[in-house]
Ligand binder design. Structure first.
Ligand code: PMP
Length: 371
């Protein structure tokens, strides 16, 4: 086996110091560890009902030997019609994570401040750090709400980027209109507000559509990120999009992406999935019902469950969550123990199908000696 080579150049210091992204455990690894075939995959917030049947039909037209459209023209046009926003303000990515990375490369210089919340989605931190930024994190309140006053105060520092996910990963809270309005008002000139709405389709009625809200505001520079990985069930194909307040922001992101960043299968699949609105709405409605039942079931066991607007729940286990996740893995259940400082007693579990949710609840109760 080859070991590290003394003649290899050292990576940039920022890169050597990066925290690892906690990408979770594959089915294959879970099978090996548990010795079981029936894995309950409840760690990556995927859509347990899969994708619209129209996706596989549309993929019949795929020509693998041809490069994909570097401009994602058809998909951006379809998004433009759906959202009422010109295609020049829309950029597609190899997953929305591609766009987080492009934004950091496009805007951040060494020492720039990036403002976010804690706990936060790992890539908001890792990509910013990789670009040399200095991270300022505002903790959520004890009740796991956004601390808008504290964020507004820190915005006065003039961060280059503000990253907020709503619904938040990992907590599940979503910004209400009363929270979003003062937050947007506090964004100073020169700061780019990146609102990551990966779980936008999962929220209950009454929450604002962040994109519509921002689009009606003047004078703020923003990007809204969305994805086909969650509600549309296309996580494996990797496709997301960003909508920006100004064409110049979209151009800057595009300049920092590789030319053929969204593969041909992903472009075809996303356009087909977008057309089947009914299917997406049915599966997200099912998920919402399962989310409520799973939360009730876990609360019934005495576990503190944070109210969630996403397709996952954040649980305060009051004990080391990594140990609990390890025990569940032995039983063939994959969940995500949160590794961020201050939150390591918390576990994030995706809402799955009823049988997997119940299996998780039972094994969790056993592991915590609650049953
Ligand atoms: N943003 C948030 C808040 C997420 O939770 C995720 C996926 N876990 C992403 C972005 C990236 O998703 P994708 O690259 O699959 O679009």
């Amino acid at each position: 086996m080859q070991t590290d080579h003394e003649n290899a150049p050292a990576p940039r210091e920022e890169v050597a110091a990066l925290p690892a992204y906690n990408a979770g455990i594959t089915f294959a690894a879970a099978r090996r560890i548990s010795g079981r075939n029936d894995i309950a995959a409840l760690a990556s917030n995927e859509n347990p009902y899969g994708a619209s049947p129209r996706v596989s039909e549309a993929l019949g037209s795929l020509v693998p030997s041809r490069y994909s459209d570097p401009a994602c023209s058809a998909l951006r046009q379809a998004l433009s019609e759906k959202l009422g926003i010109v295609p020049d303000r829309i950029v597609c990515g190899n997953g929305s994570e591609d766009l987080i990375s492009a934004l950091c490369r496009a805007y951040l210089r060494n020492g720039d401040i990036v403002l976010t919340i804690s706990p936060c989605f790992g890539l908001h931190e890792i990509e910013a750090m990789a670009a040399g930024a200095q991270l300022v994190k505002v903790p959520m309140t004890k009740e796991f709400d956004y601390d808008v006053d504290a964020l507004a105060q820190k915005l006065a520092l003039g961060p280059k980027i503000l990253f907020i996910s709503s619904p938040s990963n990992p907590v599940g809270a979503a910004l209400s209109r009363q929270e979003l309005a003062p937050l947007v008002d506090a964004v100073p000139p020169g700061t780019l507000f990146v609102l990551d709405e990966a779980y936008f389709e999962m929220v209950d009625p009454g929450y604002p559509d962040g994109l519509k809200f921002l689009n009606e505001r003047q004078g703020v520079a923003w990007v809204v990120l969305r994805t086909f990985s969650k509600a549309y069930g296309l996580a494996g194909l990797r496709v997301g999009y960003g909508v920006s307040s100004h064409c110049c922001i979209a151009r800057a992101m595009r300049a920092c992406l590789t030319p053929f960043n969204v593969n041909a299968a992903a472009q075809i699949a996303a356009a087909a999935a977008l057309q089947d609105r009914d299917w997406m709405q049915e599966t997200t409605a099912k998920m919402r019902r399962s989310r409520a039942s799973l939360a009730d079931r876990l609360r019934g066991l005495g576990i503190r469950v944070v109210p969630s607007q996403a397709n996952f729940l954040f649980l305060d286990l009051e004990t080391d969550a990594a140990r609990v996740a390890g025990a569940l893995l032995q039983k063939g259940i994959i969940v995500k123990p949160w590794m961020e400082t201050g939150y390591t007693d918390h576990l994030r579990v995706s809402v799955g199908k009823a049988e997997d949710n119940e299996r998780f609840a039972q094994e969790l109760a056993r592991t915590l000696a609650l049953a």
